[in-house]
Design a protein around this ligand. Structure first.
Ligand SMILES: Nc1ncnc2c1ncn2[C@@H]1O[C@H](COP(=O)(O)OP(=O)(O)O)[C@@H](O)[C@H]1O
Ligand SMILES: [Mg+2]
Length: 559
């Protein structure tokens, strides 16, 4: 897969400044795998914690503002109520309620402070008396409508809006009179206690407080309103009614600014946690790519080395540095085992050659000396038997028996010689030698010998090796198989020669390598394999109990 060009230029730039992008070491992986989940967990924990704290903080600010607003509303209600009662006292003066035409005017002539002016209305809304500045606004709209509002009701009416002729920053109060009329008084707002109560709002530096009348028009403001347009949930607003009126105290506070900086960015922790999860996932993918995958590949290579395939460990499996060094160690081990094996093979080869030479020497000695002497002995006995026959006693018959046993002795020795050094192998070649070998098997085995391909001379070493393998395999057939058919096949192939010895006998649970048999003292099959390997070939054994045994040797011919 081709890398995008920008990745290549990035990598070469990194290489130029000495950064070599390579698989990170196992230590880095472990760090990432264990540390990252922990970080994610802690972040999650702190996020829920921070969020909980924020909510608690908001509730706390709300509750504090509510009780503050309630206290302010109480103070304002006290101030208003006090002045309403003051007015009601004046209104209870019997002079004001008398029937004489100048009596009421006298009652209000000296209006008591802090009222700047007073006006009394009768139940028909007619001005009955005025006092102070009341003369000036007795017919003003605000006075008339306020008196009308209070006249029929049981509670005082208040007005602080500068409308209907009421001067700014003034408060008008109307209280009902016992005869169904109303008394209206006007006084400066500053002396009512409204501003003093509202000042209390300023006690909290961040809060912005307002006193609103029944129409929602602000009568008084305190504090600094939040700048700009703050997010709806970042400001806590509390509205509390002023008892005995239709007024309200409103308090708003940006609670977010009260929250410590660390607690304020709870949302950001979600992003951080998400990033941490992504990094953890990426590191896991890298882990599979650079650690577990290469480890599995290395495991397979090690297994193949155990089976003798030393080349297997040569291919790089990649992965982190630790795995690369493990592979290097494995390669060194394989090389060492291989050279040890080569030395052993050399040694075994030397022993095998020595053995064959010794057998050759023995065979020659037996053939040249022993057999010749035995033949000479036989000839002398023959002559002796002839002269004895003429004398006619029983010694000729005895000599005949002796000659017979001498002949069988010569036969046995010849067979021994043949075993030691296969007759005909040197002169005639492998094919007739094997045919003779197979022919020597008892008839009960129904042995068959077939040749495939065009027979050719292979060189004495190779022919001897094949002969010895066949000899050993047939010995096993005789000793262990109890077979009723034996098939020996010699195939001359293009690159080499194949020898198969198969029987239909008892069979056995063949081990995966002959080395296992050697451990329990059976060296026949091991010797066959060593001969094949020494000649550059291989030996395969297959056997199933009850289904016979098959030994196949393949030896490449010399180039
Ligand atoms: N053709 C065969 N049929 C049945 N068993 C066999 C045959 N060849 C070998 N075996 C089994 O394999 C074992 C190992 O054979 P080998 O290595 O030649 O050692 P040995 O012949 O000295 O026992 C034998 O003991 C026998 O149990
Ligand atoms: Mg054997």
């Amino acid at each position: 897969m081709a890398r995008p060009r920008f990745v290549n230029s990035f990598l070469s730039a990194a290489r130029r400044v000495g950064i070599r992008p390579g698989p990170p070491s196992l230590r880095v992986h472990i760090l990432l795998w264990t540390l990252l989940p922990l970080v994610v967990f802690l972040l999650g924990l702190s996020f829920t914690d921070v969020y909980g704290h924020q909510q608690a903080m908001k509730v706390m600010v709300e509750e504090r503002d509510r009780s503050l607003a309630q206290a302010v509303a109480g103070r304002i209600a006290d101030g208003l109520g006090y002045h309403a009662r003051l007015l009601a006292d004046l209104g209870s003066d019997p002079a004001l309620l008398g029937t004489g035409s100048d009596e009421p005017a006298r009652a209000l002539a000296q209006p008591s402070a802090p009222f700047e002016g007073l006006v009394a209305f009768d139940r028909q809304g007619q001005v009955r008396a005025t006092g102070g500045d009341g003369n000036a606004w007795a017919q003003a709209g605000f006075a008339v409508s306020l008196a009308a509002a209070a006249g029929g009701s049981a509670r005082p009416a208040y007005l602080a809006r500068a409308e209907g002729g009421l001067a700014p920053y003034h408060l008008a109060i109307a209280v009902p009179l016992s005869d169904g009329g109303a008394l209206v008084g006007v006084l400066p707002l500053a002396s009512t206690g409204v501003p003093v109560g509202a000042e209390g709002l300023l006690a909290s530096a961040q809060a912005y407080g307002r006193v609103l009348d029944e129409q929602g028009v602000p009568i008084y403001e305190a504090g600094v309103p939040a700048r700009g347009t703050p997010a709806a949930d970042s400001v806590v607003t509390t509205v509390v009614p002023v008892p005995g009126t239709d007024w309200h105290v409103e308090l708003s506070e940006p609670w977010h600014s009260l929250v410590p900086l660390v607690l304020r960015y709870a949302q950001a922790t979600v992003l951080i946690a998400a990033a941490a999860v992504l990094i953890a996932l990426a590191s896991m993918v890298v882990g599979v790519r650079y650690v577990s995958g290469p480890l599995a590949a290395l495991g397979q290579q090690a297994q193949r080395v155990a089976w003798g395939d030393f080349e297997a460990v040569g291919r790089s499996v990649g992965g982190v540095e630790e795995i690369a060094s493990l592979q290097r160690a494995l390669q060194q081990m394989a090389a060492q085992v291989r050279s040890y094996q080569a030395a052993m093979r050399g040694y075994v080869g030397a022993i095998t050659r020595g053995q064959e030479e010794e057998r050759l020497r023995l065979a020659r000695e037996l053939h040249d000396d022993t057999v010749q002497s035995l033949i000479a002995l036989g000839q002398r006995m023959e002559r002796l038997q002839k002269s004895c026959a003429r004398e006619g006693d029983g010694c000729a018959a005895q000599l005949g028996e002796l000659r017979q046993s001498l002949r069988s002795l010569v036969h046995d020795v010849r067979r021994l010689i043949a075993d030691l050094r296969p007759t005909g192998l040197d002169e005639l070649g492998l094919e007739p030698a094997l045919e003779m070998l197979v022919g020597r098997l008892p008839a009960s085995y129904h042995a068959a010998f077939t040749v495939e391909g065009t027979p050719r001379r292979l060189g004495l070493d190779l022919e001897l090796a094949l002969y010895r393998i066949a000899q050993e395999a047939l010995k096993n057939v005789e000793q262990h198989s109890g077979a009723s058919h034996v098939d020996v096949r010699l195939s001359f192939e293009e690159q080499g020669v194949r020898l198969v010895v198969a029987d239909d006998g008892a069979g056995f649970a063949a081990p995966s390598t002959p080395d296992d048999l050697a451990r329990s003292g059976h060296f026949g099959l091991l010797g066959m394999r060593e001969r094949a390997v020494l000649a550059g070939g291989s030996l395969r054994l297959s056997s199933v109990p009850g289904r016979g045994t098959r030994v196949e040797a393949y030896l490449p011919s010399r180039r």
